[in-house]
Design a protein around this ligand. Structure first.
Ligand SMILES: C[S@@+](CC[C@H](N)C(=O)[O-])C[C@H]1O[C@@H](n2cnc3c(N)ncnc32)[C@H](O)[C@@H]1O
Length: 347
């Protein structure tokens, strides 16, 4: 694997590049990025021609997908885009489990979505006719179109977990949730915890504190799992949550609030300087007020990678014990990342 296609939230291409440079350099490999700001993707290449060690997006914060590039077609003929792709496939592989055609998650990419859908149908029909598609085949074809004439061809291993188109979990907004932020915590549970962890750690009857809770989108996710919540915010909480009998509302400062009894979870979505949030999260973990936490770090406009690193390092240092820290920029995050921190555990 000498070059990788990386997709991300638009505007975070250079954070991806910095994170990958450091990731590979820590593993004795060196690479560089080719990127265009706000494109929603970048290409990361080996600097010395040696293969880059394997990497999964789930190990990193900013990338949504890390895909080994099999071929790059820079100037496809709009009258016949299929032939060069079929010719390449014929030389390299003899069966595929599926075919996905994607565009960047960016304004330019959105304009290509209709094209991607029709190109995918045409290619699937053609490859089915030629008996190329076998559900048991170990690899899937992913064609990524930054424009109508440029295409990155990637062969993707079918792992144990089902892959997500564009690396994006499509979640349905629950109609009785009080804010769209609810999807952030739902996605965090899905992406940052394993299925077994969700079952073990989100049990009915557990207790939680939600700092910066109003109007209650995050509290909603806890209440729907029958977890009792102390919701801390000067703003009002949604009435349907208060009526659940599971929520106690404290009109307090989230940076001063302390629970009377230690809780299983503390979640925090307060809009504040990330360093201040990280320090407060470390205090909760150090004091044992919560066992686990999920919180957002709102990133500054500049030096976002440096800020991310320094906040996570401060969390580690100030918590006073080894922590399992998992951080991702979720699809439902904007200029922020979401972090899980808890006791060290085997995944
Ligand atoms: C992004 S909103 C939270 C949205 C909420 N998680 C939801 O899903 O509905 C941020 C909230 O943090 C609260 N907040 C900010 N600073 C706070 C503080 N020092 N103490 C308590 N709440 C605070 C604000 O009042 C606001 O309601």
């Amino acid at each position: 694997m000498k070059s990788l296609l990386i997709t991300c939230r638009t505007g975070f291409e250079s954070e991806c590049a910095q994170e990958l440079t450091e990731y590979f350099s820590n593993r004795g490999a060196h690479g560089f990025a080719r990127l265009q700001r706000d494109s929603g993707f970048l290409v990361f290449e080996s600097a010395d021609g040696n293969p880059l060690p394997p990497v999964q997006a789930s190990e990193l914060i900013f990338p949504r997908q890390c895909l080994a590039i099999g071929e790059h077609f820079s100037e496809l003929d709009t009258k016949d885009r299929i032939s060069p792709i079929l010719e390449w496939l014929g030389r390299h592989i003899n069966s595929l489990s599926d075919i996905w055609t994607e565009a960047p998650d960016s304004p330019a990419g959105e304009a290509l979505n209709a094209f991607c859908r029709s190109f995918e149908s045409a290619l699937v029909a053609r490859l089915k006719r030629d008996k190329w598609i076998t559900p048991a085949a170990p690899k899937r074809l992913l064609l990524f179109f930054p424009s109508g004439t440029e295409c990155f061809l990637c062969l993707v291993d079918n792992g144990r977990t089902p892959p997500l188109r564009q690396g994006i979990p499509r979640l349905r907004f629950p109609s009785d949730a009080p804010s769209r932020s609810t999807l952030k915590l739902e996605e965090a549970f899905l992406v940052l915890l394993t299925e077994t962890e969700r079952e073990k750690w989100l049990q009915p009857g557990f207790t939680a504190v939600d700092l910066g809770a109003a109007p209650g989108g995050w509290t909603y996710q806890l209440v729907r799992r029958s977890i009792k919540v102390s919701a801390v915010d000067n703003g009002p909480m949604a009435q349907n949550l208060m009526d659940s009998g599971l929520v106690q509302h404290f009109r307090d400062d989230g940076f001063r609030f302390q629970p009377k009894k230690n809780v299983e979870w503390m979640v925090c979505d307060m809009v504040e300087k990330p360093a201040r949030v990280a320090e407060r999260m470390a205090t909760w973990l150090r004091e044992g007020w919560c066992k686990r936490t999920i919180f957002n770090l709102k990133l500054p406009m500049k030096k976002r990678w440096q800020e991310t690193q320094s906040c996570l390092a401060a969390l580690r240092e100030q918590a006073g014990r080894d922590l399992d820290i998992r951080a991702r920029q979720l699809y439902h995050d904007r200029e922020e990342i979401t972090v899980y921190a808890g006791p060290l555990s085997r995944r």
